[in-house]
Design a protein around this ligand. Sequence first.
Ligand code: GRF
Length: 202
Amino acid sequence: MKKLAIMGSGNGSNFEAIIKHFQNRNDVEIICLCNVKDAYIFERAKNLGIKSQHLPFGESFEYFSQNKFDLVVLAGYMRILPENVLKAMGDVINIHPALLPSFKGKDSIRDAYECGVKVSGVTVHYVVPEVDSGRIIAQYPVFIDNGMHLDEFEAEMHAVEHKLYPIVVEKVLDDKVFDFQDLMKNECSGGCSSGCDGGCCK
Ligand code: GRF
């Protein structure tokens, strides 16, 4: 049995996308950890039947010293984890809504848009003590057409996150390498004959 921890602080839409992707994997045990007591991610965990736990930031070192995981996935986790905690956590990955190393920080979607970039995208990377700086595992582009509104761009970025992250999490957990074909395979042109769960085929 593999052990996976998913850590968030708020909405939890990436958490939900990962859980749905893993629903047929009964060899993976998943727990949701959140540092914010009344975050919506707890509601999602409950509805999805996933074990969850409130983990205050200050208790992280102790928790991860006692509880070991094959992989820890950050999904909207809004605190900076220091080196000693990261060491206790083992392998930790994060998703960032920009093409790193450009547009680090929490307002990356707006920053990229206001800067006028024509291509942005989503990055999955290993977590190191310096924010948004670890080695890049996967990226996927999002094009910003002329006249595209910020909210449309934002919606597309989140849609790409929800497709990319579950696949990359599974690859890393299984010690496999991500490549673009993995993402294409999950896209469905309308027939739903290739394992599509219906989510992309409306
Ligand atoms: C996502 O945009 C993610 O890239 C960033 O925080 C946001 C979390 O959203 N790190 P959600 O909680 O998964 O809905």
